[in-house]
Design a protein around this ligand. Structure first.
Ligand code: KIV
Ligand code: ZN
Length: 497
């Protein structure tokens, strides 16, 4: 009989802190529902005091989700805690996650404080949170670099104040697996009352050891793992949910398991990657495009004779169905709807109709429509922009100046302009600027191919500066110049109202 490991997903809080990955409330609800289907135990839905948008997302996710506990982050500050409790009012199961930095460096430079004062602030925060909810999780930020003896004193004090879960973050991703495991073991052996609470791991991946540290923590007594889908998160990211879950499933001898329905892993990975415009690296464990691809002759031969020769996980166990229906120009609306459903996307009738129209146009240009294409189509028809690119014509080549004519539809009215430029993208952007007439500067411009082949879809990510602030734009199109113009207009839609 395995011990249960609670899965605490922080994709919508720590994962969403990545610049350019912000989701709106509707998108967050979609991800939260997929997390519920996946079987996570706790969803960290946001940091309510940080912005009205985050507050609202916690409220709406609380209403939309039934089974998982909804958790809200706070600093050890009374107003943060009060606001978090308000945001959680509709959650069926609720948790406040409060805490403070405990490493000497945090105490000295971040708080200009002392070890004793930090313990007092930690205890006061937990006691205050207890006035609003029964389930209070405490985090000792930078616990990875906090000395074990002092960490044990902090943890003992907050347990006495009523904490139900103790989170031990390796905030900077500094620890070695043996060191992190030993830290958890030290707490298990030296803290009074530790057996009344759940110990949690929260490992960052700065040295590429987040999963190893998490698993080491679990082996040494932690019973909750804090993770994100695809390991997204600031800098090198957080611990990847799929890696922890499949490590435990692959190593039965550890006698540790989760409630995760692993067959949903592949679809939620794609959903999060698509909504956050954050491509998954092809060789990423479990969810990368190449994770189960055997290209060398020796490997292919071995796998054909017996899959287990080179695979420790059956791809079907994580929801990769090699026989899934291939969508082509002859596929009907129902097939597209079904594929979207499998990928965790549900569109209203009108959005589905538009997505289907765009699907047919794309399928005419490409032989096969991949899951990435489907997610891209779903994303495009979810947004309702005021400004749209109606047409774009560009002349470019060697030895001539590029010229672009653009037609924009702004709230139903057509505006047109022409411009020249250093290249086709520059010409298109200059023409759009003539129509919009605002000070705008393209700060970042990234083009990525989704798959392979010259007929494939390219994705464009763009950061545009306006009035001292940066706005993010995205588009995908088989025409890379059109994708660039659309990404520019996507960013403009975020500040022109
Ligand atoms: O990495 C970290 O320390 C955190 C805490 C706020 C839990 O994200
Ligand atoms: Zn973190």
């Amino acid at each position: 009989m395995s011990d249960k490991i609670f899965i605490f997903d922080t994709t919508l809080r720590d994962g969403e802190q990545v610049p350019g990955c912000q989701l709106n409330t509707v998108e967050k609800i979609e991800v939260a529902k997929s997390l519920e289907e996946l079987g996570v135990d706790i969803i960290e839905a946001g940091f309510p005091v940080s912005s009205p948008g985050d507050f609202n997302s916690v409220v709406e996710i609380s209403k939309a989700v039934t089974w998982p506990t909804i958790c809200a982050l706070t600093r050890a500050v009374p107003n943060d805690i009060k606001v978090a409790a308000e945001a959680l009012q509709y959650a069926r199961h609720k948790r406040i996650h409060t805490g403070i930095g405990t490493s000497d460096s945090h105490i000295k430079y971040k708080f200009n404080s002392t070890r004793e004062e930090i313990i007092e602030r930690a205890v006061a925060a937990v006691a205050y949170a207890k006035k609003f909810v029964e389930d209070v999780q405490f985090y000792a930020e930078d616990a990875g670099r906090t000395d074990n003896e002092y960490l044990a004193r902090v943890v003992e004090a907050v347990i006495k104040a009523g904490a139900t879960v103790i989170n031990i973050p390796d905030t900077t991703g500094y620890c070695l697996p043996g060191e992190f495991g030993a830290k958890i073991k030290y707490l298990v052996e030296h803290v009074d009352g530790i057996h009344k609470v759940v110990i949690s791991t929260h490992c960052h991946n700065d040295l590429g050891m987040a999963t190893a540290n998490t698993v080491s923590g679990l082996i040494n007594g932690a019973r909750q793992a804090e993770v994100t889908i695809n390991g997204i998160g600031e800098r090198a990211g957080n611990t990847a949910l799929e890696e922890v879950v499949m490590t435990l499933r692959s190593h039965r001898e550890l006698a540790l398991d989760t409630n995760i329905n692993a067959t949903r892993i592949s679809s939620i990975s794609r959903q999060v990657s698509s909504l956050m415009n954050m491509p998954v690296q092809p060789n990423k464990a479990i969810v990368g495009r190449n994770a189960f691809a055997h290209s060398s002759g020796i490997h292919q031969d071995g796998v054909l004779k017996n899959r287990e020769s080179y695979e420790i996980i059956d791809p079907k166990d994580v929801g990769i169905d090699e026989n899934s229906i291939v969508l082509t120009a002859r596929s009907g609306r129902a097939a597209l709807k079904h594929r979207m459903h499998v990928l965790g996307v549900e569109l209203e009738k009108e959005a589905l109709d538009k997505a289907y129209e765009a699907f047919l146009k794309l399928a005419d240009r490409k032989k096969e429509i991949t899951d990435d294409d489907v997610l891209m189509l779903a994303g495009e028809h979810r947004t309702n922009h005021r400004i749209k690119v109606e047409y774009l014509q560009v002349t470019s080549g060697v030895g001539i100046k590029s010229v672009a004519s653009v037609g924009l539809n702004i709230a139903g009215e057509r505006f047109e302009a022409c411009a020249t430029g250093n290249g086709p993208v520059d010409a298109a952007i200059s023409a759009i600027k003539i129509i919009i007439r605002r000070q705008m500067l393209v700060k970042e411009f990234l083009i990525q191919a989704i798959n392979k082949g010259s007929n494939d879809v390219g994705k464009v990510h763009m950061t545009v500066e306006h009035d001292g602030r940066q706005y993010y734009g995205f588009s995908a199109n088989t025409d890379i110049v059109a994708a660039s113009a659309e990404a520019f207009v996507d960013a403009i839609n975020k500040f022109v109202v």
